[in-house]
Design a protein around this ligand. Structure first.
Ligand code: AMP
Ligand code: ZN
Length: 113
């Protein structure tokens, strides 16, 4: 499958992987929107949040735990950060492999859309 994030997770495209475990990897966004802008994504190809079901729902809890670990490591835990998932075209999703944006390091706008 021609999926850029699968290629990164599989090591086909070399990338600076900040965290990896059996379920997720974390990379820096190539076009950062904040001083800290990470992408937390499953190793497995899951196209979007729409594809979360009873069988894989625990992945979302794991992504939240990894987000907290990364926020701590990146020094944004205390001041706060945002975890955002864009789903589908109108949700602003441009890469069709589920990922959560971890944004922090500046005051983020309260505006979400
Ligand atoms: P979304 O619009 O929610 O689908 O987010 C896709 C994100 O992936 C964007 O913020 C892009 O900057 C980012 N991105 C695309 N290609 C790469 C890449 N090769 N490495 C890191 N981030 C990427
Ligand atoms: Zn993929």
């Amino acid at each position: 499958m021609d999926c850029i994030f699968c290629k990164i997770a599989g090591g086909e495209i070399p990338s600076d992987i900040l965290h990896q475990d059996d379920r997720v990897i974390v990379i820096r966004d190539i076009n950062p929107q904040a001083p800290v802008h990470l992408l937390i994504m499953p190793r497995e190809h899951i196209a979007s949040l729409r594809d979360i079901d009873d069988a894989n729902a625990s992945l979302m809890g794991h992504m939240a735990l990894v987000a907290n670990q990364m926020a701590e490591r990146e020094g944004v835990m205390e001041k706060g950060y945002r975890l955002a998932i864009n789903c589908g075209d109108e949700g602003g999703q441009t890469v069709g492999h589920l990922h959560a944006h971890l944004l922090g390091g500046r005051q983020l706008s309260g505006r979400l859309g």
